[in-house]
Design a protein around this ligand. Structure first.
Ligand SMILES: Cc1ncc(C[n+]2csc(CCOP(=O)(O)OP(=O)(O)O)c2C)c(N)n1
Ligand SMILES: [Mg+2]
Length: 352
């Protein structure tokens, strides 16, 4: 058998923050920066949920609980590499260089023209798993051009049941595309539990079936996720082909602000996963290493809160997006059907 089946869950930090594996060789400033992004992601997500509740933005999908996976999967990427994900990957996108303001604008209905492209991310995808095909396409294109860059393509556990996900893995395996697939298995696809997506024990077991290694990693352990993705990125860059990584994590919040998880999941499960929260785990580790103390942590939280306050002020000072953009930003040239719909809407708004 060319690749071993994932037989263990890779972990560096236990839920209590104790070191149980070899820590990656990262300097103190990078460890602190990882932690900063994790805190930023949590506070940003909370702030967006609050804004939605006040009717100040549209639907938002919180990432609470997934901060370690989100930061760890993006950390190994270089600026020229690509990161392609879904609505849940907002924090990964920020780590890759997409502006938090540009992302907030999307929740307010403003879709800037190619807002993510400069950071080498595709606009986040909502149609499940389609982005995984796009990610493989980019990887194959770069391979064809002889570029040394790699792609990380991300989706959720539910998305792995789509044909697109499996077709993408098949192409990547056959053509040895320079790509790392990361599945953020957060236990749920809205109200559908992970066990109803596949009868296999792990989603990562599908890797060897497509001719690539499959690894399972503790997705609430930022150092473990970083290590596994870093190794896979190095393999892809060396021309050794794709890897499938399953990050075991949990969505602590609702699917989106339009969902109420109390309707379909038990408090016990939430309690178990709250005890594995990635933030206190990494915070305890950093404090044990004398890289953080309670005062510095408090200052960090205050600084981020102030940053978010000013982000919201900038966001709300912007004029609403022009309704015509709804039709004008779809294709390079509008179709006759779009022209009709556009005229109808503008007439209704009294703007003929
Ligand atoms: C092709 C497609 N089918 C259905 C939906 C509706 N939908 C949006 S999110 C979602 C659940 C996705 O779950 P998962 O892939 O696990 O990602 P998560 O939201 O948990 O991050 C569904 C069914 C969609 N967006 N696209
Ligand atoms: Mg999910």
């Amino acid at each position: 058998m060319p690749f071993p089946l994932a037989h263990c869950i890779h972990q560096v930090l236990a839920p209590d923050g104790k070191l149980v594996g070899a820590a990656p060789d990262l300097p103190a400033d990078q460890l602190f920066a990882m932690y900063r992004w994790m805190v930023y992601g949590r506070l940003y997500s909370d702030r967006m949920v609050a804004l939605q509740r006040q009717g100040r933005i549209g639907t938002f999908g919180p990432l609470n609980g997934q901060e370690a996976a989100s930061v760890g999967l993006a950390w190994p990427l270089q600026p020229a590499d690509w990161l392609v994900g879904s609505y849940r990957e907002l924090l990964s996108y920020m780590v890759k260089g997409v502006s938090p303001l540009a992302l907030a604008e999307t929740y307010r209905g403003y879709v800037g023209d190619g807002y993510a492209l400069d950071a080498h991310c595709l606009p986040y995808q909502i149609v499940l798993a389609t982005q995984v095909l796009h990610a493989v396409g980019i990887a194959m294109g770069m391979q064809y051009d002889g570029k040394p860059d790699v792609v990380v393509g991300v989706c959720g556990d539910g998305a792995t049941s789509e044909g697109d996900f499996n077709e993408a893995l098949n192409f990547a395996g056959v053509f040895k595309a320079p790509i790392v697939f990361v599945v953020q298995n957060n236990g749920w696809a809205i109200s559908v539990p992970r066990r109803q997506q596949t009868a296999a024990e792990y989603i990562a077991h599908r890797g060897p079936a497509f001719g690539m290694p499959g690894y399972v990693v503790d997705g609430n352990d930022v150092l473990a996720v970083y290590q596994v993705v870093q190794d896979a990125v190095a393999r892809a860059r060396a021309g050794d082909g794709p890897t499938l990584i399953e990050a075991l994590t949990y969505r602590l919040g609702a699917h989106t602000t339009a969902d109420d998880p109390k309707k379909y999941r038990l408090d016990d499960e939430l309690g178990e996963w709250t005890a594995r929260d990635p933030l206190p785990r990494f915070r305890t580790y950093l404090m044990n290493q004398n890289l953080l103390d309670p005062t510095a942590d408090e200052r960090l939280h205050e600084a981020i809160a102030a940053e978010l306050q000013s982000l919201v002020e900038t966001l709300e000072a912007q004029p609403p997006q022009d309704a015509a953009d709804l039709f004008d930003l779809v294709y390079a040239e509008r179709t006759p059907q779009l022209n009709r719909q556009r005229a109808d809407l503008l007439a209704e708004l009294g703007r003929e």
